[in-house]
Write a protein that binds this ligand. Sequence first.
Ligand SMILES: Nc1ncnc2c1ncn2[C@@H]1O[C@H](COP(=O)(O)OP(=O)(O)O)[C@@H](O)[C@H]1O
Ligand SMILES: [Mg+2]
Length: 345
Amino acid sequence: MNRQQGSEARRGILAVGTLLVDHVQVIDEWPEQGRLATIRHSEDATGGAVPNVLRTLARLQSGLPLAAAGLVGRDGDGALIRAALESEGIDCARLEAVSEPTSMTQVITVRRGGQRTFFHQEGANRMLDAAWCEHLVSDHKIVHLAYLLLLPALEAPEPEFGVVAARVFARLQARGYHTSLDLVSVDEPARARQVVLPVLPFLDYLIINELEAQTLTGLPLRIGGALQAGAMGAAAQQLLEAGVRQVVVIHCPQGAWAASRRGECCQVPSYWLDPAMIAGTVGAGDAFCAGVLYGLHEGWPLAKTLRLGNACARFNLRSANAIDGAATLAELHAFMAEQAVAEQG
Ligand SMILES: Nc1ncnc2c1ncn2[C@@H]1O[C@H](COP(=O)(O)OP(=O)(O)O)[C@@H](O)[C@H]1O
Ligand SMILES: [Mg+2]
């Protein structure tokens, strides 16, 4: 079998990285320190890139093989994540249960005004390191790792590659995967650049938002809240020149921009949803990633790929949590066709 055939035989998406549970607690009013607040309503939901991206992909009902990889605790939250993923037909053979607790966030929501406060426990995700990633072997076509900058063991300096994460991606590419990365937005530009720039030459796909792209490139993409749309294409191009092998995608509420090694550049406006109509933005970036990964997997033209990403993000905004807004590929295609007709008319 030659390399071409080998890569064509590979199918599906493996997601590795952040897995967590959000414990949402609704209270009437934020208490004074040392006082009691009564919880009026509680809800648990899977979160983090791995559940969000894979569950959005599963809801497409495309039949693409999907698998999760990462660490959970030997506890109820770990069981909750596994059950949620398995119920959607996602392969959980690469979810390992460890002695650390499952990573989780207590989300305290004040009913009046809806303001949310987060208490995060790093937990099992902290243990995800290069040695563990060595065991990732499968015949999926794409491996998507996220959220780098929230996985501390992958940030350590490494003599040959600069940073451990770069070695991990180099090894994954050597095993035949197309590699993909998404980040979490952090307010530490020096750390972000130090960790992410050495990784770029070992990525096939980089899918990030405008704030992350601004941090990595130093180009002003938002000035005082205003998007500098004219610079988005240049930022994608700069990241491609910094080493990304195939495609760089940058997304924001206004739209998505992409640049590819084959010389394609494109920009597609978002399916804008008025902020008053948004039930919640939790997981919208992951939903966007899911749509883009599907298009990349299928070898779609870039514009069509970005449109599916935008549509997945738009549908995500319909629900307060990361997953209930997700739609099937048929529903998304119908929506995109309807929007195209509306634009022409
Ligand atoms: N009002 C909106 N209309 C349409 N799409 C939106 C809107 N707001 C956000 N989005 C989509 O959701 C994405 C949010 O992604 P991101 O900033 O990475 O958030 P996170 O990763 O924290 O979920 C945007 O880039 C865009 O694709
Ligand atoms: Mg994001």
